[in-house]
Design a protein around this ligand. Structure first.
Ligand code: CUA
Length: 431
């Protein structure tokens, strides 16, 4: 929404000042020029100035000096404010939280100093954050843009560009790609989540994927994550609904089951109990009972996107039902999750999981599928086994599937061998 419209970085005020001064002067000059034009058109209309009376004026020194000096001063004023705000932005602090940003077709990935990777950028409030940004070789130019911080910088393949900010408020702020980069440019969105420094530090020291995840191993006998909780994060519910009591885009959802809430239903306010029926309807038809203080149309209806059984699992999770104890003790080293690799590397931007054709072929049923590939101009039929899939990920343009264009960037050197293996394991599951 309009979160961040007032600017939430240390230099936002200076950028805004420059913006308003330039805008103000532009309006002033616009009205002065257009005003003078209308005035002269009226003052010297044909009926008032017979043609033979017109004098041919050669020059007027005082007037010419005036219209040279005043605009020069105005331009210097604009230059001054533009320069000082640019200087504030481009003077990098020595210390700060360092994050590597990768922009690629068509997603963002953030890597922290300890190797943690996320798809949303988590940063501590009131601390300097230094970004080193790049795009994989063979990708295209993107632009990292956070309107709330008043900052934008190109992300270019093979080059490292830098940017810094110090966020002055907690909350979630949009990240956009501000450089047209192809089919899904408009969907190349993410968020900066500004949190308390303590929470950030604790997250850095933990094994948690994001600062909002439950600790995976609080105690030795901790139950495995329930199906409902997994579904809750997989469907992105946690992007808008906190399970820790804060208001994000939507209401927080921990400890709300069975409590009263004021909603608007068909234009009428009423107070209802948040029971199973209410929770289910809030997922399938979110605008039906609109909670006070929230806007309609923010949440998509999940009726078509999540099966009724899975919705029941999510409701069970929100209700706080304890999941069944883990069948086996948790292994020390978590294995790499192929689905996670696919998300972090933006594969799902172009390859669906459900059989639909997006930009590239769907992952559903890709394992051991017979495909026609074009190799050096000749079409041949092959079986997409592990060897083929590995090639298709690392060097996609060597064997293009018939009917597709060579547009995927090569992932050689971008993802690790184990990650390729994990992806292939994940493809096997998508029958
Ligand atoms: Cu990336 Cu536009």
């Amino acid at each position: 929404m309009l979160e961040g419209i007032s600017g939430v970085s240390t230099y936002a005020a200076e950028v805004d000042e420059a913006f308003w001064i330039v805008t103000g002067l532009t309006f002033l000059l616009f009205f002065a020029t257009i005003g003078a034009m209308f005035y002269f058109a009226w003052r010297y209309r044909a009926s008032r100035v017979p043609a033979f009376e017109a004098k041919n004026i050669h020059h007027n020194t005082a007037l010419e000096i005036t219209w040279t000096v005043i605009p020069t001063i105005l331009l210097m004023v604009m230059f001054y404010y533009g320069m000082t705000s640019l200087k504030a932005m481009r003077t990098f602090p020595d210390e700060g939280v360092k994050v590597k940003v990768t922009g690629f077709k068509w997603a963002w990935r953030f890597e922290y100093e300890n190797g943690k990777k996320t798809t949303e950028l988590y940063v501590p409030v009131n601390q300097n954050v230094l970004l080193e940004m790049s795009a994989p070789k063979g990708d295209v130019t993107h632009s990292f843009y956070v309107p709330a911080f008043r900052v934008k910088e190109d992300v270019v393949p093979g080059i490292t560009t830098r940017l810094w900010f110090n966020a002055t408020d907690q909350g979630q702020f949009d990240i956009k790609c501000a450089e047209y980069c192809g089919t899904r440019h408009a969907y190349m969105l993410s968020k900066v989540v500004v949190i308390e420094p303590d929470k950030f530090a604790a997250w850095m020291a933990s094994d948690k994927m994001t600062p909002f995840d439950k600790d995976p191993e609080t105690t030795a006998s901790a139950p495995a994550v329930s199906k409902g909780e997994t579904l809750f994060s997989m469907n992105g519910c946690n992007a808008c609904h906190s399970m820790e009591g804060q208001k994000l885009v939507g209401p927080h959802l921990n400890d709300v089951f069975g409590t009263e809430v004021t909603v608007t239903t068909n234009g009428e306010q009423r107070t209802i109990i948040r029971d199973e029926e209410y929770m289910t309807r809030s997922i399938t038809d979110p605008d039906y009972d609109l909670v006070e203080g929230y806007l309609p149309g923010m949440m998509p209806g999940y009726k078509e996107m999540i099966s009724p059984e899975d919705i029941q699992e999510i409701v069970k999770y929100l209700k706080g039902d304890t999941p069944p104890p883990a069948a086996a003790p948790v292994a020390a080293k978590p294995k790499i999750d192929g689905k996670q690799v696919s998300m972090l590397n933006g594969c799902i931007g172009c390859h669906s999981e459900d059989g639909s054709k997006v930009v590239g072929p769907s992952f559903k049923g890709i394992w051991m599928r017979e495909v026609n590939v074009v190799e050096g101009g000749n079409v041949k039929t092959i079986v997409s086994d592990a060897e083929y899939l590995r090639e298709a990920i690392l060097r996609p343009n060597a064997n293009i599937v018939e009917g597709y264009q060579p547009m995927m960037p090569p992932y050689e050197g971008v993802i690790k061998d184990e990650e390729v293996d994990a992806l292939i394991e994940y493809f096997k599951e998508l029958k």
